[in-house]
Design a protein around this ligand. Structure first.
Ligand code: GDP
Length: 193
């Protein structure tokens, strides 16, 4: 997709702040620091519209990016960050549940995993949760550049097996560093708009 416009719209802390223009939304889920912001920046070809940071887990907000006035990428706060309080974790869980279970304009979820490692328990839980709620899931296996070419198939297959990926779900090998997987990611995103 040719991105002629990409605007950061809002860091929403509550439902009241979600845009109400009815544009479709594609959410990004994944553990903190997995590469969600980098994924967005790569797709829209901006160096730093989505904030990438070395300090994971700070943002407990839904970050809305409007693309070509056509749809939103919604960066949801990362999970599995040990250093947040129980109270914050509960707040996070409530916000996520409300968003994933009730947001009508949500069309699909990009679940970003780090292909260097096996999917974590949190990744598996998130995948199962999204499937349970019948949301289309697109698994993006990022940081592909960090794996030697000869080992990639093995890592991808392990991720498919451990997540017990279903036939209708797609896994896209991806790298923000090299841009591998970018066209495929756009194709899949477009198919949900
Ligand atoms: P977020 O917390 O999920 O938004 O993660 P970020 O996009 O901020 O990325 C976390 C760190 O991983 C940053 O240092 C990025 O530069 C790095 N990173 C993200 N994607 C890739 C990738 O595809 N390859 C490599 N080598 N590093 C990446």
């Amino acid at each position: 997709m040719k991105v002629s416009r990409a605007d950061f719209v809002i860091s929403a802390v509550s439902e009241k702040q979600y845009p109400n223009d009815q544009l479709p939304e594609i959410a990004l889920a994944g553990r903190s620091n997995v590469g969600k912001s980098s994924f967005i920046n790569t797709l829209i070809q901006r160096k730093n519209l989505a904030r990438t940071s070395a300090k994971p887990g700070k943002t407990q907000t839904l970050n809305y990016y409007r693309i070509n006035e056509q749809f939103y990428f919604v960066d949801v706060p990362g999970y599995g960050y040990a250093k947040v309080s129980k109270q914050d974790r509960q707040k996070w869980a409530n916000m996520m549940e409300n968003y994933f279970e009730h947001r009508e304009v949500l069309k699909a979820v990009l679940l970003i995993i780090d292909i260097r490692h096996d999917p974590t328990q949190n990744d598996i839980q998130m995948y199962d949760y999204l499937k349970y709620h019948q949301l289309p899931v697109i698994v993006v296996a990022t940081k592909l550049d960090k794996i030697a070419k000869g080992k990639r198939t093995k890592h991808l297959q392990r991720a498919i097996n451990l997540l017990e990926l279903e036939k209708e779900d797609v896994m896209i090998p991806f790298s923000s560093q090299t841009g591998e997987g970018k066209n495929e990611a756009w194709q899949v995103v477009k198919s949900f708009l």
